[in-house]
Design a protein around this ligand. Structure first.
Ligand SMILES: Cc1cc2nc3c(=O)[nH]c(=O)nc-3n(C[C@H](O)[C@H](O)[C@H](O)COP(=O)(O)OP(=O)(O)OC[C@H]3O[C@@H](n4cnc5c(N)ncnc54)[C@H](O)[C@@H]3O)c2cc1C
Length: 384
């Protein structure tokens, strides 16, 4: 059996450690002034702009496009701190993680110059237009059509499950520009930048289990996209789209969503937990630390200019298993009181556990389902 992936141990540099303290101080300050409620996540343009002003969006991008030319490991620390405290990162996280890098790598110069520096300032929110009603795991079955027209393309069709579409300024969409061929079913797809305010776009909310409006159906009715909005080579976007998923799958956002439930468990356990509770917490924290090391290792590979598809898939699969099983483990170890309690700590514990329980089902679907990721891992192991 050929094993063609590896996780080299990577240590965070001193600069990243100092940065962690800086980010924590900023977050404490924002919480203290009522800028956001920790643990609630969400969307805030004001917060995005503040993070942009600190130079924490597009940290690794070239200075010429508003980036900071810092390392992936420093970026990792910023993302980890923001997510661990449940800061409102939805306004910039997609663009910082994947849309900005895609534009930098494949976008046309005039678009890069006009758009990327504004992402880095925290001014622009992006969404991802991959999934359609009849194409989810199999992204190459996308049928939303972009037909050539004078000076650009006309788009008709639908995208679905589009997170943040109702807040986003732009989408990076995978669209069909030609039919697939018999020899290559991945042929005929192109990536485009889409202005979400263009005439002909309508956005319909889909309400999730939490009762929140996070994702949407996006309908395109003869939407015009200028030629300059083509991202990369016409008809050849399948590799671009899969490369993008390496950015999407390996970061702390893939194992930290239910983490607040663990934090509240540790808080409620106090200084002297009994042996069973201490052991349960120890196991969960040990798993978390291993995931962190793997995720940092992937950040190190991105830093080295690699595209670690298989490693990223492994981190996402293990990470989502961990975070999906966490709410039940927490409930078994120390069930929080059921009724509303005057004790604010109990209420916080209950709220974190409720949130974790309700988001758990989606974790193994978003960003690639468990089965699809395991298929990628099996290929990496030379098993298929
Ligand atoms: C919270 C959330 C946010 C999302 N945000 C976005 C977004 O912003 N943009 C976007 O484009 N999409 C988004 N999605 C959609 C997501 O990417 C798709 O739901 C996902 O790719 C699965 O596609 P599907 O729902 O069509 O299921 P299907 O692909 O139909 O899969 C159904 C089942 O079949 C299994 N299956 C499919 N193919 C195989 C195979 N080859 N081998 C084995 N089993 C297989 C799957 O694992 C799954 O269990 C989001 C989803 C969620 C839950």
């Amino acid at each position: 059996m050929t094993i063609s992936f590896r996780f080299d141990p990577v240590s965070l540099p001193e600069a990243a450690k100092a940065l962690r303290q800086e980010v924590r101080a900023f977050l404490r300050q924002e919480i203290a002034r009522g800028g956001f409620v920790p643990g609630e996540g969400g969307f805030s343009r004001e917060f995005s702009r503040k993070v942009g002003a600190r130079g924490w969006i597009g940290m690794t991008w070239p200075k010429r496009y508003g980036g900071g030319e810092r390392s992936q490991l420093e970026r990792y620390v910023v993302v980890e701190e923001m997510l661990a405290c449940g800061a409102p990162t939805r306004g910039f996280s997609t663009a910082d993680r994947q849309s900005g890098p895609v534009l930098l790598r494949y976008g046309q110069e005039e678009v890069k110059e006009a758009i990327v520096p504004r992402i880095a300032k925290g001014e622009l929110c992006f969404c991802i237009g991959l999934s359609e009603p009849n194409s989810g795991s199999d992204v190459f079955a996308a049928s939303t059509r972009a037909r050539k027209a004078a000076g650009g393309y006309r788009v008709n069709g639908r995208k679905i499950w589009t997170s943040n579409a109702h807040e986003a300024d732009y989408m990076i969409a995978l669209l069909r520009t030609s039919p697939a061929t018999g020899e290559n079913r991945r042929y005929g797809l192109s990536q485009f930048l889409v202005d979400m305010r263009a005439p002909g776009i309508s956005i319909r909310p889909i309400i999730n289990l939490l009762g929140r409006h996070d994702f949407n159906e996006v309908v395109f009715d003869d939407v015009f996209l200028p030629d300059s909005y083509l991202v990369g080579d016409l008809d050849m976007a399948s590799k671009q789209a899969t490369d993008e998923l390496a950015f999407e799958r390996s970061g702390p956002d893939r194992w930290i969503e239910t983490f607040p439930a663990l934090v509240e468990l540790v808080r409620s356990a106090g200084e002297n937990p009994d042996e069973r509770l201490a052991e349960g917490i120890g196991r969960a924290v040990a798993q978390l630390m291993i995931l962190r090391r793997m995720s940092i290792s992937v950040a190190g590979m991105l830093e080295a200019g690699k595209t670690p598809m298989v490693e990223a898939a492994l981190v996402k699969d293990l990470g989502t298993n961990f975070e999906q099983s966490l709410p039940d483990k927490v409930r078994l170890l120390a069930p929080p009181p059921q009724e509303d309690d005057p004790d604010a700590n109990d209420n916080r514990f209950r709220a974190a556990l409720r949130h974790a329980t309700l988001i758990a089902p989606k974790l193994t679907i978003q960003g690639g389902t468990r089965e699809v990721l395991r298929g990628i891992i099996a290929r990496g192991l030379g098993l298929r």
